[in-house]
Design a protein around this ligand. Structure first.
Ligand code: ATP
Ligand code: MG
Length: 245
């Protein structure tokens, strides 16, 4: 059985693309055939994060225009087996046709065990795509503005029938409890109101590897966090990997 996962957030820059790339990498390293579909039309970044850059010959825009089939729009990630990407179109004015995008995902089910959709922005076409996913991952930082927006988006999606939602708290630094401006993990969970799937540390290695298109070194804190999240997705009971003072 394949699973379609929509990665979303109530705010920009919280780490949707970073989460999509690293969670996909963790799943692929565990032998799961994984596809990432980038829906950030006009603002692609996953080709950089996954070390593909100009090697992507086609993108989802070519498919939506009908010039190629969808398998031709996928590009293999070189640094790990089992991981493929469908790049976003470079055209910011292209409409996201939700039926066609979900058609892509449905067609891909026979080829991949996990299909991770990196969504962007809020709008009816993005909501339609999210609605069709089996699981929504809400990425929030501990910042109260981000948490409040995550809670609002989560409630909205719930009303629209996206009832299977899980929370990833991102950019948590080890001394964040001392920062009065931020919520602690319990406050984030209580405010957003959905089950926690994982906590990812603020880790400069994550930022640098994303910018350089390199896989995370397996022993860095970020890689451990994504591996734990991947295992939880596969049904394992794994403790949090982050130590908070
Ligand atoms: N856990 C982390 N530790 C350190 N840096 C991080 C972490 N997560 C994300 N970042 C950095 O934060 C920035 C924004 O991340 P990213 O592009 O993944 O966010 P996004 O939600 O996809 O943004 P957008 O709304 O623009 O699509 C990037 O520079 C990324 O490297
Ligand atoms: Mg993004």
């Amino acid at each position: 059985m394949s699973q379609i996962i929509a990665v979303t957030a109530g705010k920009g820059g919280t780490g949707k693309s970073t989460t999509s790339a690293n969670l996909a990498h963790a799943l692929a390293s565990m032998g799961k055939r994984t596809l990432v579909v980038e829906l950030d039309f006009g603002l692609r970044c996953l080709d950089i994060m996954l070390g593909i850059r100009d090697k992507a010959k086609h993108d989802i825009g070519d498919y939506l225009e009908g010039t190629i089939d969808i398998l031709s729009a996928t590009t293999k990630v070189e640094f790990v087996d089992n991981l493929y990407l469908v790049c976003a179109t470079k055209n910011p004015f292209m409409d996201i046709n939700p039926e066609k995008v979900m058609g892509v995902c449905e067609e891909m089910r026979e080829h991949f065990e996990f299909i991770i959709i990196d969504t962007a922005g809020v709008g009816s076409s993005v909501f339609s795509v999210i609605k069709a996913a089996e699981l929504v991952l809400m990425v929030s930082t501990p910042d109260p503005v981000c948490v409040r927006d995550s809670a609002m988006l989560s409630d909205f999606l719930y009303v629209k029938n996206s009832t299977n939602q899980k929370l990833i708290i991102n950019k948590v630094h080890s001394t964040f409890k001392d920062d009065n401006a931020l919520y602690d993990l319990d406050e984030v969970m209580d405010t957003v109101g959905i089950p926690l799937l994982g906590v990812v540390p603020e880790d400069n290695t994550i930022r640098v590897c994303g910018a350089k298109g390199l896989p995370l070194p397996p022993n860095c804190d970020g890689a451990k966090a994504y591996k734990a999240i991947a295992k939880r997705l596969l049904g394992e009971d794994v403790p949090l990997t982050i130590n908070i003072n």
